[in-house]
Structures are given as structure tokens and as C-alpha cells.
Design a protein around this ligand. Structure first.
Ligand code: BG6
Length: 497
């Protein structure tokens, strides 16, 4: 017995990396629209002081080399030629959606994950009325999917918050966004009733601790601001779930976690404990959204750090009631941790010396991301043991400096990555009995990478003729991996040769 008959094979995308058309259809700007590509080396970092007088700093965005907010970015001079903002054109899905969806249908997709740009529907986030042009654009996309029997999966918030909130109230640090988000969700659920059945509230909700501007529109991001923002996103998600269960019972809402299993580099118990703690920190986020409460170790951490959650009366009951219907996740690989230095000498406890290192057993790409043949099987078992809920892998893929020649890309490395990961997932289903809803390959059409803000790190099975500055014809062509995945889908994952 392999994958279930209605297994949702397909691909995943996000508006800020794929959609473009930022200045069209009356859309308002989002936080992602003022991020440069990675070649601009102005790093935005926030330094802060704890109540005990110690200081620290938080980078606002991901990545190495980082992509950035230009100095003095908010408000920003968008017409300043000094900078290039990749989200403005991205892969121009805005004008190519018909062609892309047709290619996906020919590849065999059963499902397409897109994200909605909140500021395309409510340009400032809090406008009195939604934008009809914005709503119509996504409606056309869903109608096109329906033509081919492709089920849409919609992320309501994928690394972009209406910019007005970042400027005015430090993004998700402010409770004001909670009810505005629920209103946005309700508008969307009502409009696309019968067209969209699956939604995710916040993409990779745990990464707000790593990239608070990207994930939460925070300009000021000390640990207290970050904890506030995470709490407000949890609350917004829970209220959205409660509202949808009451008014749109046919809709299923998932949480979305960025997850890679954590390994200790050595059998030193300190390495094992460190790996465990890092993994548990990630699972704290799924605990809130799947179990409806913070785990005790996260509350202890907040207590130690002097962080007080901005809880109001009834909030904890809301979190408990508004747990998600399924757990979705991204997995690119595993994470390895050690408390030892490069010579293998033991560091001082697992404080200053604790760090993430490369796993010597894994092959990596140019950005150091490793291919782990057991990753999905381990991840799925962890989720299943902890939550006993429906699971869905909604991101998995590999970025590469593809070479385009003779109208295609011979990406055997991508085929190998998919083969290894799909086999791992299949083992979890066949050998461990995990109930898995689907698998979505990340970045099925080439798009701007989130970390670097560049096209050069391509994930696609479909090539897009565009460079790091949006120059090119935007023409689409299929890579070797497109045909491999087509065969995989056609055989429901039976033929992985
Ligand atoms: C996930 C995000 O973290 O990883 C995507 O949800 C992102 O938005 C993907 O694109 C791959 O990361 P990157 O930085 O290589 O684009």
C-alpha cells in the first residue's frame, strides 16, 4: 500500500517571490516589496537591551548573503535606482498564470499552493472595503485551476504584511492586526466559497524568531516584540479557525511549520540535549497551533528572559478552541548541532559554544543545504507521535545554479533530491503507517529565492528566463525534472527511477 488514491501531488509558490505585478490592480505595498535583492550589502540589525542590562541583536531578515532593507527603508524611495526590489516583477505570475497553470496541469498537478498578498485585497490592511480588482485576480487564478481539476491551497500570510502596518505599529507586535487579519480571512473565505477548500494561516510561523521583519513586519525586534508578534499570529490563526468552523464548515485550515529534524553531531549527551532543545523550540509553535497551549519549557524560557506575553482575558481559551485542522510543514533537510569546537574539543556547556554545523554524512548544494535521505520519514514520525493529526508536506525542494542550454536544464541533481525525499516520505507511509495528505514541491516554477532575493538560486521544474534584476523574456521552458515528476505523479509515487 503506497500513497492514498487522492494524494495531493503538486507544487508550492508564494506571492512575494512569484507573483510580481506589485504596482498593478490597485495593490498596496507589502513588507516584502521594500526588500532589495541580495547584492546590496546594507544589513539591518536591531540591537536591544534586556531588563538585566545585557544586550543582544537580531537580524531582521534571513539569509547569507542577506537581502536587505535599504538604509532608512521605511518609508522607502522605491524609485531610487540604487536598489532593485525583486518582488515587483518576480516571475510575473500576474501575467503568466494561464500558461503556468497549463504547464502544471500537463505535469499532472493535483494541487497548487499559492499565497495571497493581503495588500492586494486590502491595500493598507485596514481599508473599509476590499479591492475588487485584487479579489478578481485570485478568482481568475482559481477558475483557471478548476479548469484542470487542480485543487488550490492558499496561504493567507506568506512573508508579507501590508507595509502600512510595519510603518505605523511595528507589524505583528501590535494586537490591532489580529482582528484585521480575521476580517481579511473572512472576506476571502466568503468570496472563494466553493472554489478553495484548503487554507494555511501563517507560513513557517516559527521563523518569526529568526527573521522578524520577513515573517512579522517588525522593525523593532527585541525578544519581547518577537514574543508579542508570535502570540498575535497565534491568536489571529485561532480566531480564523473558530470563525471558519462556525461559518464555513467545509473549509480545512492548516498550520505551517518550518521543520528539519535536529541531530547532535556527537553522542556527547550535551550535543544530544542541545539538538533536542532546538527541535523542541520549533515544536513549541506547532504545540500552540495543534494542541492549543504553550509547552512548559517555552513558558519557562520566557520567564527566564523576563518576557511577559500580552495575554488578555479569554485569549488562552481562544488558543485552545482554535486549533488547526491539519499540520503542514516545509522540510528542506535536517539540522546538526554541537557544543564542541572545530577540533572536537568540548566547549563551555551549551551556551556560547552551542552552534549549528554541517553534517559530514550529507551532500550539500552551493548554499550549504544538505540532502538527508531520512529527513521526511523522521519528521513525519515526530509529528504523528506528537499530534496524531493529518499531515501535509507543503514545501520540499532544492535550489541550484542551473545551466540553461538548448532550451532546457539537465537537472539530474534535482531529480536525485526529489527521489531521495519522496522515497523517505513513502517509507513513512508504507512502513510506519503515517497518514499523509500530499506533497508539494517548493518553487515548481523558478522564482526569486527568499533568503537571497535572487533568481540565481533556482528551484523550479519549469525554467523562467529572468536574471537577478528581472531582465529577460520571462519565457517558460521545462527542465528534465519536470518529466521525472510527471512520471512520479502519474504512477502515484510508484515509479521513482
Ligand atoms: C521556505 C519559505 O523557508 O523556504 C520559502 O517558505 C522559501 O518562501 C523557501 O523560498 C526556500 O528558501 P530560499 O531562501 O532558498 O528561497
Amino acid at each position: 500500500m503506497g500513497f492514498r488514491k487522492d494524494f495531493l501531488w503538486g507544487g508550492a509558490t508564494a506571492a512575494n517571490q512569484y507573483e510580481g505585478g506589485v504596482h498593478e490592480g490597485g495593490a498596496g505595498l507589502a513588507t516584502g516589496d521594500v526588500m532589495t535583492n541580495g547584492s546590496h550589502t546594507v544589513r539591518r540589525q536591531v540591537t536591544w537591551r534586556k531588563p538585566d542590562g545585557t544586550t543582544g541583536s537580531t537580524p531582521l531578515c534571513f539569509g547569507s548573503p542577506e537581502r536587505h532593507l535599504p538604509e532608512g527603508a521605511i518609508p522607502v524611495e522605491l524609485h531610487d535606482d540604487k536598489y532593485y526590489y525583486p518582488s515587483h516583477i518576480a516571475s510575473d505570475f500576474y501575467h503568466h498564470y494561464k500558461e503556468d497553470i497549463r504547464l502544471m496541469a500537463e505535469e499532472g498537478f493535483k494541487c497548487l499552493r499559492i499565497s495571497m498578498k493581503w495588500s492586494r485585497i486590502f491595500p493598507n490592511g485596514d481599508d473599509a472595503q476590499p479591492s475588487e480588482e485584487g479579489l478578481k485576480f485570485y478568482e481568475d487564478v482559481f477558475d483557471e485551476c478548476a479548469k484542470y481539476g487542480i485543487e488550490p491551497l492558499v496561504t493567507l500570510h506568506h512573508y508579507e504584511t501590508p507595509l502600512a502596518f510595519a510603518q505605523r505599529c511595528n507589524g505583528w507586535d501590535s494586537r490591532e492586526l489580529v482582528d484585521l487579519f480575521v476580517r481579511y480571512a473572512e472576506t476571502v473565505f466568503a468570496r472563494y466559497r466553493g472554489k478553495v477548500k484548503y487554507y494555511l494561516t501563517f507560513n513557517e510561523v516559527n521563523l518569526i524568531e529568526v527573521a522578524p521583519y520577513v515573517a512579522g513586519g517588525l522593525i523593532h525586534a527585541d525578544p519581547q516584540n518577537i514574543a508579542n508578534a508570535a502570540f498575535h499570529q497565534f491568536l489571529a490563526s485561532a480566531k480564523t479557525v473558530i470563525m471558519s468552523h462556525e461559518k464555513f464548515p467545509e473549509i480545512k485550515i492548516g498550520m505551517m511549520l518550518a521543520f528539519g529534524p535536529s541531530y547532535g553531531l556527537t553522542a556527547d549527551p550535551a550535543d544530544q540535549l542541545l539538538a533536542r532543545q532546538r527541535q523542541d523550540n520549533t515544536l513549541a509553535f506547532s504545540d500552540v497551533q495543534m494542541l492549543g497551549e504553550y509547552p512548559c519549557y517555552k513558558l519557562k524560557e520566557y520567564e527566564r528572559e523576563g518576557i511577559v506575553l500580552p495575554v488578555q482575558e479569554g485569549d488562552m481559551e481562544t488558543l485552545k478552541k482554535g486549533t488547526c485542522d491539519f499540520l503542514s510543514f516545509s522540510t528542506y533537510g535536517s539540522n546538526t548541532f554541537t557544543t564542541h569546537d572545530d577540533e572536537g574539543k568540548k566547549g563551555e556547556g551549551n551556551g556560547a559554544s552551542a552552534r549549528q554545523v554541517a553534517n559530514p554524512y550529507l551532500k550539500t548544494n552551493a548554499w550549504g543545504w544538505g540532502t538527508d535521505p531520512q529527513c521526511l520519514r523522521i519528521a513525519l514520525n515526530i509529528f504523528n507521535n506528537r499530534y496524531h493529526c493529518p499531515l501535509w508536506c507543503v514545501e520540499n525542494g532544492i535550489g541550484w545554479n542551473d545551466v540553461y542550454e538548448d532550451g532546457t536544464v539537465h537537472d539530474d541533481y534535482r531529480i536525485e533530491y526529489m527521489r531521495v525525499n519522496i522515497q523517505s516520505m513513502k517509507d513513512a507511509v508504507e512502513l510506519d503507517g503515517i497518514d499523509l495528505m500530499g506533497y508539494l514541491y517548493w518553487g515548481c516554477v523558478d522564482m526569486v529565492s527568499n533568503g537571497e532575493g535572487e533568481m540565481a538560486k533556482r528551484y523550479g521544474q519549469i525554467y523562467v528566463d529572468a536574471d537577478n534584476y528581472g531582465q529577460g523574456t520571462m519565457a517558460r521552458s521545462t527542465k528534465d525534472s519536470y518529466y521525472w515528476y510527471q512520471k512520479c505523479i502519474r504512477t502515484n509515487g510508484e515509479d521513482l527511477d
